[in-house]
Design a protein around this ligand. Structure first.
Ligand code: CTP
Ligand code: MG
Length: 235
């Protein structure tokens, strides 16, 4: 089985505040995207990485990949992304050559995921799962609310799911290629991850242990944490 990774990296990073597209911002001097690409290429099972670049940033991403040392055993492709994450992933899937039968989708915004997590996801797909997500138990209690019609109005709580049954889901998410492609061709609802599209097909998604260092860089405080983690690794 040959494994490819699609890295959606086409987002703006609005929640991070003004600046370059999130994937191109530096963490300890190296673009976040390069950290994410290295995290995927660190797995010996990964033979191709498809980077989905900001719509007008494909040339810049290509030169970034050329400028940084990456493992020889891995091939790289760059394609321009779309308006939503879902569209960007689809554009990445469209660029996949036929020989890869396992496909991972990994957010550029999760640059620090350890290779053991990547390998655990691949292994679960090799063992027969159609869709695999790494996930962690939650620290916070989660409440469902009725979102306020007017910003600033208090929002009534609708429900409190039992925390012990909830998981915070990360990437890379791993799929049998045909399943992921069918999901992207069939599901048209807005979703926030790829596995939920497979769930909508009525198929089973399984969970493997995630990792704290696979957190998503979303807000400014996450940059502080990411740089501290890198400093601890002395990268
Ligand atoms: N993404 C993408 N194409 C889009 C939107 C998002 O490829 N049109 C990617 C992002 O680059 C990121 C991943 O999807 O790697 C997860 O999205 P998120 O963390 O929401 O990143 P952004 O959309 O860039 O951030 P924000 O929502 O704050 O603008
Ligand atoms: Mg976003």
């Amino acid at each position: 089985a040959r494994t490819a990774v699609v890295i959606p990296a086409a987002g703006k990073g609005v929640r991070l505040g003004p600046g370059a597209p999130k994937a191109l911002r530096a963490l300890n001097g190296t673009p976040m995207l390069i950290h994410a690409v290295r995290a995927m290429a660190a797995s010996r099972a990964v033979s191709l990485v498809v980077v989905v670049a900001p719509p007008d940033g494909a040339a810049e991403v290509k030169s970034l990949l050329d400028a940084h040392a990456l493992p020889e055993r891995t091939d790289f492709l760059v394609v321009p992304g779309g308006e939503t994450r879902q569209e960007s992933v689809k554009l990445g899937l469209d660029a996949l050559p036929p020989e890869h039968d396992i496909v991972l989708v990994h957010d550029a915004a999760r640059p620090l995921v350890p290779v053991d997590t990547v390998d655990a996801v691949i292994e679960a797909v090799r063992d027969g799962a159609q869709a695999v997500v790494p996930a962690l138990p939650l620290a916070d209690t989660v409440k469902e609310v009725e979102p306020a019609a007017v910003t600033g109005e208090p929002e009534p709580v609708v429900a409190t799911p039992q925390r012990a049954r909830l998981r915070a889901v990360q990437t890379p998410q791993g799929f049998d290629r045909a399943t992921l492609i069918r999901a992207h061709e069939t599901v048209t609802d807005d979703v926030t991850d790829d596995a939920s599209m497979v769930e909508q097909l009525g198929l089973t998604v399984v969970v493997v242990p995630g990792h704290e260092e696979a957190f998503k860089v979303t807000r400014p405080l996450d940059l502080v944490l990411a740089e501290a983690v890198l400093a601890r690794r002395r990268l």
